[in-house]
Ligand binder design. Structure first.
Ligand code: 13P
Ligand code: SF4
Length: 311
């Protein structure tokens, strides 16, 4: 419609005026993806944030992603459409609880690996960060003589243990979106499309992951889907992914993985961002991510180690 078109035009005008770059996660709505300068997974977005020479980073994703951009590129103004766009994985591991756990288990001398879906406070307590796109690579490079504590996602952790053969102690966190997929809900859609391949995010519970032909990060789903000979592809992750996939693989038929209740699944945090809020944040340069410098520095070290180890 016309008002939406005007909003898009005005976002692009403000973007120029502010010398801003718009980074969007694969789970954002199609309208936001379509006007972003870069759309990708957490890992790609972290590299983009680190490398940009824009003055302002507009981060369309969830808060920990915008915070990561600020940690790796502190000289930039980092804004996000909605400050309250959180993440259930981040919530499942508060920094004070992790700190207490590490204190209580100090004799173990854990090498702590944190999935990037966590707060700056948690990152500051860790040795290295990983994303779903590089978790196997990062765990492979962990010191062989130390036990690993993997936080906060137990499902990603379980998958990485299988992939690497490395035992880890797992924090019992999970993503509420991926936990909604069940063996039943995925088996049902497989029965409807017997020739389809199943692609699942590693945040899915093990029983669902075992039904998948491929388990990978959102960005890695794109080359997999481009290269598979299958025409029908069931995508077991957040629904925003289908917009990106349909754009990149126009000759394939994508089917959203259903839950027991719904035909597909949204992350309500990701979906808090709208064109209206994106426009307002560019206009007001707010909400802005700000961090105490000592915390930022402490969280930067494990992130830089990740970016280095994941090259
Ligand atoms: P990716 O890094 O694979 O994009 O995943 C991020 C995320 O939040 C998954 O729920
Ligand atoms: Fe967090 Fe899950 Fe939403 Fe990703 S999909 S941002 S892990 S709640």
């Amino acid at each position: 419609s016309t008002p939406a078109l005007d909003l898009t035009e005005d976002i692009l005008r403000l973007k120029k005026e502010r010398n801003a770059v718009i980074l969007a996660h694969n789970y954002q709505t199609g309208d936001i993806q379509d006007l972003a300068d870069y759309v990708g997974d957490s890992l790609g977005l972290a590299y983009q944030a680190q490398a940009t020479d824009a003055d302002v980073i507009v981060f369309c994703g969830v808060h920990f992603m915008a915070e990561t951009a600020k940690i790796v590129n502190p000289g930039k103004t980092v804004i996000l459409p909605d400050r309250d766009a959180g993440c259930s994985l981040e919530e499942s591991c508060p920094a004070d609880q992790l700190e207490a756990f590490l204190k209580a288990n100090a004799e173990k001398n854990y090498y702590v690996i944190a999935y990037i879906n966590c707060s700056g406070g948690v990152k500051a307590l860790c040795d290295v960060i990983c994303t779903s796109g590089n978790a196997v690579k990062i765990v492979d490079q962990a010191p062989a003589d130390r036990p690993i504590l993997f936080v906060p996602d137990q499902n990603l952790g379980a998958w990485v243990m299988e992939q690497t053969g490395r035992k880890m102690d797992l924090w019992q966190g999970s993503c509420y979106v991926h936990m909604e997929f069940t063996r039943d809900s995925i088996n049902k859609i497989k029965d409807e499309y017997p020739d389809a391949v199943v692609v699942a995010h590693p945040e899915c519970p093990t029983a669902v992951r075992l039904l998948a032909d491929e388990v990978c990060s959102t960005e890695k789903m794109i080359p997999y889907c481009q290269n598979t000979p299958a025409k029908n592809i069931i995508i077991v992750t957040e629904s925003g992914m289908l917009h990106r996939l349909e754009k990149e693989c126009p000759d394939k038929n994508f089917i959203a993985g259903p839950t027991d209740k719904c035909a597909c699944n949204d992350c309500h945090f990701m979906k808090m961002n709208t064109l209206e809020k994106l426009h307002a944040c560019l206009e007001n340069l707010s909400p802005e991510v700000q961090m105490p410098e000592d915390l930022r520095k402490a969280a930067e070290a494990p992130l830089l180690r990740m970016l280095e180890q994941s090259k």
